[in-house]
Design a protein around this ligand. Sequence first.
Ligand code: SF4
Length: 58
Amino acid sequence: MAKPEVDQAACVGCGTCEAMCPECFEVRDDGKSWVICEDCDKCEEVAEACPVQAISCE
Ligand code: SF4
């Protein structure tokens, strides 16, 4: 488990993270993904799927 972090300057709002883990990522009206959980068991997997490497796992 790890707490995800999104680099919002890099995020392009593609929605991949939200599709993979809607409990932890929410793409809002600003076109950026927001982290909405404290721990994500799929963090590394989602981070690898992000096309612009905007997600890190602490
Ligand atoms: S997968 Fe990456 S670029 Fe796409 S919405 Fe999530 S953080 Fe943003």
